[in-house]
Design a protein around this ligand. Structure first.
Ligand code: FAD
Length: 605
């Protein structure tokens, strides 16, 4: 498995075991049935199914995207075969309770499993991952009956799920959604409205599709406070759970995308009267929880989905990095600067410093991002199972603060890694015969969906750093400072890097105070995206210092591990020397409360 061009099994083992120490989680009751062996077995299974069932049709699903003839969708058969194989692994319920058929795997391990599928074929993997998010939301907020009716068939892979938030006029601004849900005498609702951009909204891959839909109950408060959440199945169920009449949800058309082409993306109409369940127009929906709590409930799924987006971006960055590395090792071109003898054979391009720069940049981005994603998984495990309540609360707070960074940093920088992977391939990278151009196209979605980059920036600077009087930010800074202090106590290279990270952390504290002291929210938030980028880079530098400390703790083994650990050191060095310094001018600009963007008038463009 070490030669895979999807992910590095050694890196996953390093992050999960040598750094995050997931084995210790088995001391907790929830994970007591597990051991290092069961973790390794499930990771092997994920790697194998991803390589054998998902990767082979990645390109075919892109080239032959799903089609709609006005009646039904057609998808290449390999997609359904892969999804059936995935369902058989049981991974759909990887982290769920045993009581609903789950494996009770730690989130950190489950995230590593998911990354194999995202690296192999992000578009096919989107179907089960959407279903998982949907099922987890119902497990958290649905009634026992709703869980029995909808979650069980989703966990078995018979029903798939969607999330229906966006509408043509309401993308970033969910306060403006207009889909209506009229209460009925029997306790159900009838929905009417249009949902845009819905992934997996229609397909021929499952017996049924469970839409989770945000809609307004008439008479509720305006804005986000009046949004409720409904289960709206494509096919209604009889009393005994068998498939019954078709619900009034219809596909208007498919969107034709730059990437992620294997995942259907749909415009759906609810309640137009095309189907008339129980003799009437209107899509039948079942309220989840209480009225007007829809957005808060949906955030449960969105937070999970946001980290999942970051994970997908990371996996796409990672596989393209490995593919460009393999290419660089076998593509002969040019001769060393110090020895230009034209009669000597050409060297592989990996020998050129500039190509190594592109490979090191990719390595530092994708391995840094993977560390952050698995760290977030570990925080979720702490939040769920830490013995002390205070520790559970701290994990919750830190994860809340890190979520916009875990979504956006990989979406920006693992996309940049894909760009470099194309560059390493030269002209070949620009052709459709080369995997990396598809990885770039697929990855280009990630800064857009689940809240755009700009929306994540507003979330971080406008909400997360001030929540609970700044307790979340203070916790992040404290946690990074603790790493810095540990590094100072070593006499290795980590101690040297610690000084630079310590200085960057103090800049975050000062700049955040300055921005929030501006006295004008428009000025505070005008450069929020720059803030997100700068803080994100400091967080990834922290991830690299943590990895370096884990490397130093392993001593100096011989053999291939020596090269693996030397590679980690070099990538940490690269990130601290080439990347972290970018934040200096960014913090300077932020601290100056620059108004350039604010003061630019529309007419000047
Ligand atoms: C392939 C794909 C799959 C998707 N899947 C789903 C899905 O399954 N379910 C679902 O509900 N939705 C889905 N979406 C929708 C997605 O979440 C939205 O596209 C996204 O939230 C942005 O909304 P929008 O496209 O309307 O852009 P807009 O909201 O119009 O934004 C356009 C630009 O303006 C910026 N902007 C908007 N408002 C502000 C503001 N207040 N301040 C600063 N900048 C702002 C944005 O950052 C962006 O750059 C999907 C989208 C795509 C492309």
């Amino acid at each position: 498995m070490s030669s895979s061009t999807l992910l590095s099994r050694r890196d996953l083992a390093f992050l999960l075991h040598d750094w995050l120490d997931v084995d210790r989680l088995t001391e907790r009751p929830r994970y007591a049935e597990h051991s290092r062996e069961t973790f390794d077995a499930v990771l092997d299974l994920a790697a194998q199914v991803a390589a054998e069932r998902f990767a082979p049709h990645n390109r075919a699903a892109d080239a032959s995207e799903p089609t709609f003839d006005g009646q039904r969708i057609r998808t290449i058969p390999q997609v359904k075969a892969a999804l059936d194989a995935y369902a058989r692994t049981g991974l759909l319920a990887a982290t769920m309770d045993e009581s609903v058929g789950g494996m009770q795997l730690p989130h950190a391990v489950a995230a590593a499993c998911s990354a194999w599928f995202q690296a192999a074929n992000v578009a096919t993997a989107a179907y089960p991952f959407l279903t998982l998010g949907n099922a987890n939301l119902l497990l958290a907020h649905g009634s026992a009956e709703q869980i029995a009716t909808w979650v069980r068939p989703m966990v078995q892979g018979r029903f798939f799920g969607t999330m229906c938030l966006s509408e043509p006029q309401a993308g970033s601004s969910l306060a403006d959604i207009t889909t209506r849900a009229e209460p009925q005498d029997d306790g159900t609702y009838r929905l009417t409205g249009t949902k845009m951009w819905i992934s997996g909204g229609e397909h021929d891959l499952a017996e049924n599709i469970v839409h989770l839909v945000l809609a307004r109950i008439p008479g509720g408060p305006p804005g986000v406070k009046g949004i409720s959440l409904f289960i709206v199945p494509k096919v209604l169920l009889d009393d005994d759970g068998a498939l019954g009449p078709r619900n009034d949800v219809v596909l208007v058309g498919l969107n034709h995308k730059l990437g992620y082409r294997g995942t259907t993306n749909t415009l759906l109409n609810f309640g137009e009267g095309v189907h008339r369940p129980y003799g009437r127009a209107g899509a039948v929906g079942y309220l989840v929880g209480e009225p007007h709590q829809g957005l808060a409930q949906m955030f449960h799924m969105m937070n999970e989905a946001r980290i999942g987006v970051g994970a997908g971006a990371t996996a796409l960055g990672y596989t393209a990095y490995l593919k460009s590395l393999a290419y660089a090792r076998q593509r002969p071109q040019g001769r060393p600067v110090a020895d230009k003898d034209p009669t000597a054979p050409q060297v592989p391009i990996v020998a050129h410093a500039d190509v190594r720069r592109m490979l090191l940049a990719q390595k530092s981005y994708v391995e840094g991002a993977l560390a952050l994603i698995l760290y977030c998984g570990r925080l979720l495990d702490e939040e769920k199972t830490a013995p002390a309540e205070a520790d559970r609360n701290r994990a919750h707070l830190l994860l809340d603060l890190l979520t916009p960074i875990a979504k956006s940093w990989p979406s920006q920088w693992c996309l940049a890694a894909n760009d470099l992977a194309i560059q390493v391939h030269g002209g070949s990278g620009y052709t459709r015969d080369c995997d990396v151009e598809q990885h770039w196209r697929d990855n280009r979605l990630n800064p857009i969906h689940e809240g755009t980059h700009g929306i994540q920036a507003l979330d971080l600077l406008g909400r997360k750093v001030t929540m609970r009087d700044g307790a979340g930010l203070e916790l992040l800074l404290e946690t990074i400072r603790a790493t810095v202090t540990r590094a100072w106590k070593t006499d290795g290279e980590a101690a040297e890097l610690a000084g630079r990270l310590g200085a960057a952390v103090e800049r975050i504290a000062v700049v955040t105070r300055r921005l929030h002291g501006a006295g004008d929210p428009e000025v505070t938030l005008a450069n929020a995206s720059l803030y997100l980028e700068a803080v994100g880079h400091v967080v990834i530098a922290w991830m690299w210092l943590e990895q370096l400390l884990a490397v130093e703790a392993l001593g100096s083994p011989d053999g291939p591990d020596a090269d693996f650990l030397a590679g980690k050191r070099q990538a940490a060095r690269y990130f601290f020397r080439h990347e972290l310094p970018r934040t200096g001018p960014q913090f300077d600009l932020l601290e100056s409360l620059d108004r350039t963007t604010l003061d630019t008038r529309d007419a000047w463009f």
